[in-house]
Design a protein around this ligand. Structure first.
Ligand code: ATP
Length: 782
């Protein structure tokens, strides 16, 4: 049943429809933090003796303070602060300049002679401090003489000072700020309430009178880990609720905004924060040996994880490590291939485990931190990976934001700069719009699947059948691998590759020339000129070290595009200013409860007042789509972060409102709506509706695949497309099975086998290009 919101919401003047989602990629946003300075553990620049850094702009900004450009402030930092720069020459990768890690500003913990790496005790965080205090206080009452006999006046004073320091740190730190916002405490009231909490605490637990403060201060001094501060949160909550309840109900709008505030994301990962990490940024152009270096470190480590942007890349590294005698497990959204005794994992970046401590981690294509859709996954990996050493590989555009994040987390950063290992030049001439100018070793790049097949047919008309391999995004990784194998094999006859921009990432292909069919591409909404970094990434595939062609050329099909190509290759690298962020499921669940509680309160309000405030429709109970819409209307993030779009998720959530809710919980919708499907494919949407309905009824979910009959072989390009869609649908089922488990999605193994059969069929279809004909659509060019 739809109901109207009765409280004063900032979004109340608009109805919640799908267009609301267009606002979600908001750069910056300013969380509206309370004034004052903020504390962060282990900031390794500035005053190493104190963790409180009111003058540290980077720290202050990320807590919602004044806004500044990440890129511009980063330039100085990289030269001045905790960054070592190592340069690798193009010829032999020799080290030409090293500033040793030891010369970086040591962290406060190190200068004080404390252990740099502390294991995180998660059970400690589960205890409520109130409980601990009550226990200790009870002990002190029965044993007060014992306390007195222990504590000299000096000792008491020291303990009192330690407690005071800790309280100050807590009251100005992210845990208290976040909790205050969660409770609906307005930012303007926070400082006053936090200060009064400090006074209340000191009165209630004076060091000289109870064992509680004694125990608290000594344990904290022995182990200055932020998790101890987190122990104060329940006590703070209790205090605010009992002593300042009036302030909590003062503003629904602020309370809702608080629920949607993504504050201090680095504090979301206590395991990583308990480790002093060494980050090594391998910055350079394509084919400069960045990934090679990082993988060497990974192989040599006792345990490690590789996080790649694509399943294909995760598979490639998985293969490489296992072949090199380093047992490695593969983990992607769709598959888990466990290798017994493996202490290494190759995974897609979204899948990385942020609770498991490893020695070395590699995060590939780190510049995707700024990606509008998936940037959050890189941010999560960078902030959350509990690895003693993390290798980042990518172009230098993310250097500033990485430097900034390292300052906040207190990790050391070392930058290694690389140059391209083989020459890459712009050709003198284009293909002059003539496919007979295609040569063996060429990779023709087109930005649409339809064009890829048109070009393949045109080239094969000139060079003969079975001369073109193809690679594009919707081909399953195993098919892409087979196609690249054919192209790389000089005896296969597949001398030319026709590919989409999917070829740009990672694959080692023996390409002599990259030929852009066009520099225009569809960005999901409109045609745009391909961005320069994108063009560079693809062009960089020509002339790779270790292939037949160690000298690369790049050109276009049409002479009129040559100028644009040359300009893109020399365009300056644009620095990232923000990194992506997305709410976690726990935050959305919390937000759902805020909506529910407020809906209850609204019932008691006067009808007239309700009418005056409301235009937004929210169901009772709120649907997942309502929660997402409301969350993204109210969302704010610390500066330096940008909220990634969840537009597709919202559209799916609206679609799933058609399914009776049954036993589905918010978390179920969250995963259902995150599944990797093609939004434009009715069969995928239908499959999702069917899976959700089966789950809602509490039935085990069946894949419901429509398999081609035995002996069927694809004859046309559209047959191939049907197989692609089928393969993708199997992928959706397997992805959901990975999230919900075999109990709910029991046909995983069967699906795995079917996926392999479908992939084989697709490979055969592409290989037998004589059979596979495009529908007769006119080519747009050439
Ligand atoms: N020191 C080395 N010894 C042997 N081979 C190397 C060395 N460095 C790089 N290579 C090889 O050169 C090729 C390109 O290296 P790599 O993939 O590391 O480059 P990259 O800078 O990560 O490029 P991209 O960003 O395009 O993936 C790979 O085939 C790699 O194995």
């Amino acid at each position: 049943m739809a109901r109207r919101l009765g409280w004063c919401l900032p979004w109340r003047r608009g109805t919640l429809d799908l267009s609301d989602a267009s606002k979600v990629w908001r750069w910056g946003g300013g969380g509206g933090s309370p004034p004052g300075s903020f504390s962060v553990r282990g900031v390794s620049s500035g005053d190493a003796g104190s963790n409180t850094s009111p003058n540290n702009d980077a720290t202050h900004e990320l807590f919602g303070g004044r806004t500044n450009s990440l890129g511009s402030s980063m330039g100085n930092d990289v030269r001045k602060k905790n960054v070592a720069v190592v340069r690798w020459s193009s010829s032999d990768n020799a080290q030409v300049g090293v500033r040793p890690m030891a010369s970086f500003a040591a962290s406060a913990a190190e200068r004080e002679g404390k252990q740099a790496t502390t294991a995180y005790d998660s059970s400690a965080a589960e205890k409520t401090l109130a409980g601990v205090f009550d226990e200790l206080q009870a002990a002190s009452m029965t044993d007060s003489g014992h306390a007195d006999s222990r504590g000299s006046r000096d000792k008491d004073e020291r303990h009192e000072r330690a407690v005071r320091k800790l309280l100050n740190k807590f009251c100005s730190g992210p845990d208290a700020i976040r909790e205050g916002r969660r409770l609906g405490l307005a930012d303007k009231d926070f400082v006053r309430v936090a200060a009064s909490f400090g006074r209340w605490f000191a009165q209630r637990y004076p060091a000289s009178k109870t064992l509680a403060s004694f125990s608290f201060s000594t344990s904290v001094v022995a182990n200055p880990n932020t998790t101890h501060l987190q122990l104060l949160v329940p006590l703070f909550t209790q205090y605010v609720k009992v002593h300042h309840a009036d302030l909590l109900s003062s503003s629904d709008t602020e309370g809702t905004a608080a629920g949607a505030a993504l504050v201090a994301p680095h504090e979301w990962y206590p395991v990583a924060r308990a480790i002093r990490r060494r980050i090594i940024y391998h910055a350079g152009p394509t084919n400069s040996g960045k990934t090679y270096r990082a993988l060497e470190a990974l192989k040599a480590a006792p345990s490690g994880v590789f996080c790649g942007p694509l399943r294909l890349l995760a598979m490639e590294v998985w293969d490489k490590l296992n072949l090199a005698g380093c047992p490695c497990t593969l983990l992607t959204g769709q598959e888990v291939k466990r290798i017994p005794s493996a202490r290494h994992v190759a995974c897609t970046v979204e899948m990385v485990n942020t609770d498991k401590v490893v020695d070395v981690a590699v995060i590939d294509e780190v510049q995707l931190l700024g990606d509008e859709g998936r940037g959050w996954a890189w941010t999560r990996a960078l902030l959350g990976l509990p690895a003693r050493e993390i290798h980042l590989c990518g172009d230098p555009s993310a250097l500033g934001v990485v430097q900034r994040l390292c300052e906040i987390t207190g990790d050391d950063l070392q930058v290694m700069q690389y140059e391209r290992q083989t020459p890459l030049a712009v050709a003198k001439k284009s293909l002059e719009c003539d496919w007979s100018n295609v040569q063996p070793g060429d990779c023709v790049v087109a930005f649409s699947r339809r064009m890829i097949f048109e070009i393949k047919n045109k080239v094969e008309e000139k060079l003969g059948p079975n001369t073109c391999a193809v690679i594009y995004g919707s081909l399953p990784p195993e098919v892409r691998r087979e196609q690249s194998r054919l192209f790389n094999d000089p005896n296969s006859g597949y001398d030319v590759l026709v590919a989409s921009d999917a070829v740009g990432m990672g694959l080692n292909l023996g390409i002599r020339r990259v030929v852009f069919h066009s520099l225009r591409k569809f960005d999901g909404e409109k045609m745009i000129t391909a961005p320069a970094p994108h063009v560079r990434q693809i062009a960089g595939r020509a002339g790779r070290r270790g292939t037949t062609y160690e000298k690369g050329e790049v050109l276009t099909f049409d002479p009129s595009d040559m100028e644009g190509l040359a300009a893109a290759l020399v365009a300056p690298v644009e620095k990232l200013t923000h990194v992506g962020l997305q709410p976690r499921i726990e935050q959305l669940e919390e937000f759902e409860s805020i909506l529910k509680v407020r809906a209850l309160r609204e019932d008691s309000e006067a009808e007239e007042e309700v009418k005056a405030n409301v235009t937004t429709k929210i169901s009772d109970p709120p649907t997942y789509a309502d929660v997402l819409s409301a969350f993204f209307e109210a969302v704010s993030a610390d500066s330096g972060y940008a909220i990634c779009s969840m537009r597709a998720e919202l559209m799916l959530a609206r679609m799933l409102e058609r399914v009776p809710r049954g036993s589905l919980q918010l978390r179920d919708y969250f995963y259902l709506c995150s599944s990797p499907l093609n939004m434009r494919e009715p069969c995928h949407l239908g499959a999702l509706l069917s899976y959700a309905s089966q789950m809602a009824r509490g039935e085990p979910v069946m894949p419901g695949l429509s398999m081609p009959p035995q002996g069927w072989a694809p004859r046309t390009e559209s047959d191939l497309m049907k197989l692609e869609l089928l393969h993708k649908q199997i992928g959706i089922y397997m992805w959901l099975s990975g999230r919900f488990g075999d109990d709910k999605f029991p046909r995983r193994e069967e699906c795995d086998e079917t996926a392999s059969r479908v992939a084989e069929l697709m490979n055969d279809a592409i290989k037998s290009s004589g059979r596979l004909r495009a529908h007769h659509r006119p080519a747009s060019r050439g």
